[in-house]
Design a protein around this ligand. Sequence first.
Ligand code: ADP
Ligand code: MG
Length: 236
Amino acid sequence: KNTLESKVIKDLQAMYDKIDEIKLQKFVDLPLSIKTSKGLRESEYITLTDIQKQSIGLALKGNDILGAAKTGSGKTLAFLIPVLEILYCHQWTQLDGIGALIITPTRELAYQIYEMLRKVGRYHNMSAGLIIGGKDLYFEKKRMDQCNIIICTPGRLLQHMDENPLFDCINMKILVLDEADRCLDMGFEKTMNSIIENLPPVRQTLLFSATQTKSIQDLARLSLKNPIYVSVHEHA
Ligand code: ADP
Ligand code: MG
């Protein structure tokens, strides 16, 4: 690994403890890699939303998160920024295989996350892949072992885990469960449980859900370790 970059990474990580969620306003106030900062700036993301203020610092520090915030609150960057930074800090390369797995209920949502990742993550030397089946099978032709960040729907992911010998996530560092309540509403509870049981136990997990139901609590118990609960309420 690159020793000069190791020093830069150590300096960034040393600043994580100084992140003050109360004072935090802009992405430039966060200790982020130059690659992510540039991607954000060029995509014209300047000011953090509430859920981003509350969760990015905690995620950078390595915590598991159970996040609650309504649709449109900016949850995608709340998990994509930590995903990029965590893999960057591991000096992840194309050769290192799957480092992050992002599970979302529908193909449309997966595609939106993929597009956002391509914008904000454009300066990173990592590749992203979609596993969503259907018409978009094209994206799956890329060899799975060359993808570093996988964005997928639950059913299709489980199918790959069961049937694709190139699918190997033994080294993965971070799991994101996006719109977890919708995944459960769509009947993916057993699929999600099977996926989680197949993942390496040592990892960081970020779970986002608009609602906090009993079944979300069950999923949280299965997938998270000492999670920090982050909730953003609407102001009247
Ligand atoms: P959610 O997943 O919570 O429903 P999204 O992550 O899809 O929300 O974000 C909703 C919209 O807000 C998107 O169009 C996104 O580009 C925009 N957005 C997200 N974060 C920011 C930000 N910090 N500044 C400006 N726009 C943002
Ligand atoms: Mg979303």
